[in-house]
Write a protein that binds this ligand. Structure first.
Ligand SMILES: Cc1cc2nc3c(=O)[nH]c(=O)nc-3n(C[C@H](O)[C@H](O)[C@H](O)COP(=O)(O)O)c2cc1C
Length: 191
């Protein structure tokens, strides 16, 4: 069975540099022979998670749709900005909603056993590395196998060409390689 990878950025910004980054890595996934579905969290607006809201109104439709996408894929490719040295609220909020079990459902069905690769792009000199530490920890704690290789693109507002590719060919190949490695890993796992 051909593995399927869900790819997205932890940003809803229209001109997000992390959306550009994850699109490059998605290209690498396709080279591995795996399938990739590139989504934008902006298409799944969710209220801030509130347990009272959940108890009164249940899971919002966008939450169910996003959770189903996670369930239907074997891997996750995530490019996340760093906000104040940590995970952006929009990404954590999406993870929190997707982590909620339907009545009678085993816990964390959308996360357990999935394989993920992380990357980041940020304006700062560390490229969002400090945020990835937190994203890695959160995903690991909810049953996701996060592959060791990751890349943080520093000073990313200066790193891209107008066509969305990276100016530095080595960096471009590195990001494509992350997607390819994730795809190849899942191809072996599913063989
Ligand atoms: C609330 C907030 C906090 C930020 N904190 C950091 C930070 O800790 N480190 C950093 O390198 N950039 C930080 N930035 C700048 C982001 O790197 C920059 O906004 C980047 O464009 C976000 O990624 P995006 O383009 O994918 O949305 C912050 C931006 C915002 C809005």
């Amino acid at each position: 069975m051909i593995p399927r990878i869900l790819a997205f950025a932890g940003s809803t910004r229209r001109e997000s540099i992390n959306k550009k980054l994850v699109a490059i890595a998605a290209h690498g996934v396709r080279e591995s022979g795996a399938e990739v579905t590139l989504i934008d969290l902006k298409d799944f607006p969710l209220p801030l998670f509130d347990q009272d809201l959940e108890a009164e109104q249940g899971m919002p439709e966008n939450g169910s749709n996003l959770k189903q996408l996670f369930i239907d894929h074997d891997g996750l490719l995530i490019a996340s900005p760093e906000y104040n040295s940590s995970i952006p609220a929009v990404l954590k909020n999406a993870i929190d909603w997707v982590s909620r079990p339907a009545p009678g459902e085993p816990s964390l069905v959308a996360f357990r056993g999935k394989v993920a690769t992380l990357m980041s792009a940020s304006f700062g000199a560390l490229g969002g590395l400090r945020g990835l530490v937190h994203v890695r920890s959160i995903l690991g704690n909810i049953g996701v196998i996060v592959l060791p290789d990751q890349i943080a693109v520093a000073k990313a507002h200066e790193a891209f060409q107008p066509d969305g590719s990276l100016i530095d060919p080595k960096q471009q190949a590195g990001i494509e390689g992350l997607g390819k490695t994730l795809g190849s890993f899942l191809m072996k796992l599913k063989a």
